[in-house]
Design a protein around this ligand. Structure first.
Ligand SMILES: Nc1nc2c(c(=O)[nH]1)N[C@H]1C(S)=C(S)[C@@H](COP(=O)(O)OP(=O)(O)OC[C@H]3O[C@@H](n4cnc5c(=O)[nH]c(N)nc54)[C@H](O)[C@@H]3O)O[C@H]1N2
Ligand SMILES: Nc1nc2c(c(=O)[nH]1)N[C@H]1C(S)=C(S)[C@@H](COP(=O)(O)OP(=O)(O)OC[C@H]3O[C@@H](n4cnc5c(=O)[nH]c(N)nc54)[C@H](O)[C@@H]3O)O[C@H]1N2
Ligand code: SF4
Ligand SMILES: [Mo]
Length: 865
């Protein structure tokens, strides 16, 4: 039994892993961890299904050939040295990730900024937290998140801005939900153009026009001042800049938000009348060309009222990745230095001395979008990517792929053998994955927890810090990179944080700089920088040189790329409950494939009707940057004029479903964070001549067809397919592809079904027809679980009657379908508990409870009507 931390979201839940001795492990929530107290969401609970080694990158490769570690490391080191000698240090770049452990992250940053002599290291946090970092620094003088998870539970009003907490931080959502249940007077407001599952517990949902958050919070600031709610003592003693901020706030009209005035008034009333307010925000704020202004506009309201640093109050930037905060601590953004220090004479010198740096970078490097543009244009000649999948996750993603393909020295450290980025890179270095890695991560409330290995290192895979240190040693920096283990690195990181600090920097782990190896091994989760009784900023103490916070005058402005006649719709993107980013891990789980199996595009009924689009159609999205083809759904949750697509699907699981091919690369002018939530697009129906479903034990190399999406089933792969050639031609081509990978006798059944049945076992089956049958996958999946079909089963498979539509899966833990829940409700289950008792749905991780409640509500409405 090993206590470790979940590798997914920034909640940072503690996990107890019990290896089964066969490469797997049982996974449970850690009841002793302060973030989750034993809870896990659907993704965390399914971690055990992601541990297999079948798709792992296990050996170094160069140009597709397996090589020794020595050969790979020599090639990387020589390549970097040559590039720097010939073109200077700025011709080299690293692109790293908030999914590295702090120790790995520290080493990457030290190598490039201290020894290669360039700050061309950016992290995928640029796509994620950069606007918050910049907003914090403008307001507080440092990137400080002042707040604790318990503040949500203590607040009287929780405002969720651009956050789909129910799906993206489910365990925190459950804590909030429990707090509201215990104290119904607590109000929750959701500010999001979409009606998300998070709205399930909201008292008020403001479906504002995308990008208009600054106008809303400017309006709030002006209103609070007007009502005399300025905390004069706090403002006078601890801030500057209120007058200018108020002038700007009063000048910006609230009409641009397109929210009914009564709803705005209610929100303002609640904010005005409750002292304990937490404003929690996420990517609807950060991923915007006005991201930094959005952050400051909402911080302004907390400064005005002095609601910061006290229990139950404050702005709270919730982080996405498990170690987004660790990345900020080691300073791996291109414009920051280690340990919350900045590019500027004293800090550069200080870090340089501490590191005994051979060649210290003296100025900021390129930010992600510019960095890949520099790779494309050839200014950067060597790029090393670690623990991120930019060919899928960057905006304008086809351009990123082209850039990597044309780069002489493209290096990727990855755990998985086939990803869109691995496919585009020349040198592939096998990294350890979650179950094998050792180190620390920092969650959204600045809580540092250990990730501990519980499975042996597979193949030749190595931890990222080891790979980096080996390269550093080959470049002649052995002394500075001579650690014997992660505890060594952690101590150095902690020592740097307190080096010549004297209270000037918030981040100080000085008390941990002398941990013994054993103490590090046993390190319990702890929150740095503040305690329950002493929070940041309660009594000022901001990190600007005068100790005061800054109000920032924010003018509301429209997103960079506006819709026009040719591209009249706004594409918004984000997450679904059961997938994690580019699906390299959650995509391995059959139970996580039930909830949202396909890449989907959602559009309001009015816009759908205008375009002749119906539920289940195949739709094409086009923008000025690229295109994507997805399954279409009509949805009342999005506003008219807007579309939504999830970010998760890559070319590995759906050739054309990679939405970022179409997403625009506009960025915030200060933070450089891309505007991933706002791309002008047009959407049209693609006229498919056939639809189908393939279930196969072994993966199928599909021929070129308009649409396919692959997902995992229990012991098989499932493909949903559609195309434009004739049905007969498709049947021939696809059955050949299916049989090539799944040999055996082919039997034809009724209604367009064919199957390979060998020795009584179904190896593969395929069902094609002119119309789409959404039930096929669920109907036939049980046959894939049977080892030897009886005669009856075989007849049922080939000639059986269709059973009713399960209507998609709701509960990932127990595989309960929408249909089963509706059935239970129809049979009298009138509450969450009753549905749970009848079906088990919602009784384990609880991630599906918002959706069950929605079905209960729908049934009640139907009954009332
Ligand atoms: N299931 C799951 N959970 C995850 C992840 C995952 O991949 N899957 N990833 C993790 C990571 S790295 C991150 S960063 C977080 C992200 O967590 P969230 O930020 O909560 O998730 P998103 O779905 O990206 O976006 C949040 C919401 O912003 C809204 N939005 C769009 N435009 C605007 C706007 O102009 N104003 C406002 N107010 N809202 C807007 C969108 O409609 C969307 O519902 O999730 C983390 N948790
Ligand atoms: N359209 C759109 N695009 C988005 C977003 C959006 O909302 N909309 N959100 C953005 C945000 S907030 C984020 S955070 C990014 C996330 O985007 P990415 O970071 O690109 O997504 P991941 O799939 O998490 O990529 C992590 C990769 O690291 C590998 N890996 C796992 N563990 C290790 C390890 O220990 N070492 C190494 N070397 N590799 C490892 C995984 O297999 C995986 O390929 O996407 C961004 N892109
Ligand atoms: S909420 Fe879910 S994904 Fe996030 S850390 Fe906890 S278990 Fe992992
Ligand atoms: Mo993120």
């Amino acid at each position: 039994m090993v206590r470790t931390t979940c590798p997914y979201c920034g909640v940072g839940c503690g996990v107890v892993a019990t290896p089964d001795g066969q490469g797997g492990a049982a996974i449970q929530g850690d009841a002793g961890h302060p973030a989750n107290r034993g809870r896990l969401c659907s993704k965390g609970a399914a971690l055990g299904e992601t541990l297999s080694l079948e798709d792992r990158l296990l050996h170094p490769e160069i140009d597709g050939r397996r090589v020794s570690w020595d050969m790979a490391l020599d090639t990387v080191a020589n390549g970097l040295r040559d590039t720097i000698e010939r073109h200077g240090p700025d011709a080299v770049a690293f692109y790293v990730s908030g999914q590295l452990l702090t120790e790995d992250y520290y080493v990457a940053n030290k190598l490039i900024k201290g020894f290669l002599g360039t700050a061309n290291i950016d992290t995928n946090s640029r796509l994620c937290m950069a606007s918050s970092v910049a907003g914090h620094k403008r307001a507080f003088g440092s990137d400080t998140v002042p707040g604790l998870y318990e503040d949500f539970e203590l607040a009287d009003l929780v405002v969720l801005v651009g956050s789909n907490l129910a799906w993206c931080h489910p365990v925190l959502f459950q804590r909030l939900e429990a707090a509201k249940r215990a104290r119904p007077a607590m109000k929750i407001v959701v500010i999001d153009p979409r009606r998300t599952e998070t709205c399930d517990i909201a008292d008020l949902h403001l479906a504002l026009k995308p990008g208009s958050d600054v106008a809303l919070f400017n309006g709030l600031l002006a209103e609070l001042a007007h009502r005399g709610l300025t905390n004069k003592r706090f403002v006078e003693r601890h801030t500057v800049g209120l007058d200018d901020a108020l002038i700007a706030a009063r000048a910006s009209g609230i009409d641009t938000c397109a929210v009914p005035p009564t709803e705005v008034a209610l929100f303002f009333d609640w904010f005005a009348s409750r002292e304990k307010v937490v404003t929690l925000y996420s990517q609807g704020v950060n991923q915007s060309s006005a991201g930094v202004d959005k952050v400051n506009a909402l911080i302004n309201c907390h400064l005005l009222t002095g609601r910061i640093g006290r229990p139950g109050m404050g702005p709270f930037s919730i982080t996405g990745q498990p170690n987004a905060m660790g990345g900020r601590e080691v300073g791996a953004l291109s414009n920051t230095l280690a340990a919350h220090m900045e590019f500027g004479a004293p800090d550069v010198d200080r870090v340089g001395r501490f590191w005994k740096a051979a060649r210290m970078a003296t100025r900021p490097g390129l930010k992600a979008v510019d960095l890949f543009e520099a790779v494309r244009s050839g200014r950067i000649k060597a790029v090393w990517i670690m623990a991120t999948n930019p060919v899928a996750s960057m905006p304008n993603a086809d351009a990123v792929r082209e850039a990597l393909r044309n780069c002489d020295l493209s290096i990727v450290s990855e755990a998985i053998r086939a990803t869109d980025t691995v496919d585009a890179c020349r040198i592939r270095l096998p990294a350890l994955a979650w179950a094998e890695k050792d180190g620390t991560v920092t969650n959204s409330e600045r809580g540092i927890s250990r990730q501990r290995p519980f499975l042996p290192a597979p193949g030749e895979a190595r931890q990222d810090w080891w790979i980096l240190s080996q390269v550093a040693q080959r470049l002649g920096y052995g002394e500075a990179f001579g650690w014997t283990g992660v505890a060594d690195i952690f101590r150095e990181h902690a020592a740097l944080s307190s080096f010549e600090n004297e209270g000037r920097r918030d981040f100080d782990l000085g008390t941990k700089a002398n941990l013994s190896d054993a103490e590090y091994e046993q390190l319990e989760p702890f929150v740095w920088g503040q305690t329950k009784d002493k929070r940041f900023f309660a009594n000022g103490g901001f990190f600007h040189s005068d100790g005061r916070a800054r109000f920032i005058a924010t003018a509301s402005r429209a997103p960079v790329n506006a819709p026009d006649e040719g591209r009249p719709l706004i594409l918004n993107t984000g997450r679904v409950r059961d997938q994690w980013h580019t699906m390299t891990r959650t995509g391995k789980s059959a139970r996580l494939a039930g909830h949202r199996p396909e890449p989907t595009l959602e559009l309001h009924p009015t816009d759908a009707a205008l375009r002749g689009l119906a539920d289940g159609d195949i739709a094409e999205v086009t923008s000025s940057w690229g295109r994507s083809v997805l399954r279409f759904h009509v949805s009342e949750a999005v506003r008219a004029g807007e579309a939504f697509a999830p970010m998760h699907w890559t070319a590995q699981v759906s050739r054309a479903g990679r939405i970022n091919a179409a997403v625009n690369p506009a960025v915030d002018p200060i933070s450089g964070q891309p505007e991933l939530k706002h791309t002008p697009v047009e959407i049209r129906r693609l006229d498919m001549r056939w639809h189908g479903t393939i279930l196969a034990r072994r993966p199928v190399m599909l021929p070129e067809i308009s649409y396919w999406a692959r997902m995992r089933g229990a012991g098989h792969y499932a493909y949903l397919v559609a195309g434009v050639q004739s049905l007969d031609a498709a049947r021939r081509a696809l059955s050949a592809a299916v049989r090539a990978a799944n040999p055996g006798p082919w039997l034809d059944g009724d209604a367009g079904l064919g199957a390979v049945i060998s020795d009584g076992r179904v190896e593969a089956l395929m069902s094609l027809g002119e119309a789409r049958d959404a039930t096929t996958r669920d109907r036939f999946a049980p046959f894939m679980a049977i080892d030897r079909l009886t005669v009856d089963q075989r007849n049922e498979l080939l000639h059986g009657e269709a059973v009713s539509d399960r209507g998609g899966e709701i509960c990932a833990c127990f595989g309960v379908s929408c249909g089963a829940v509706e059935n239970a409700i129809a049979c009298g289950a009138g509450s969450l508990d009753a549905v749970g008792a009848a079906t088990q749905a919602g009784t384990n991780c609880g991630s599906c409870r918002p959706e069950i409640r929605a079905l209960l509500r729908a049934a009640r409405l139907k009954q009332a009507a």
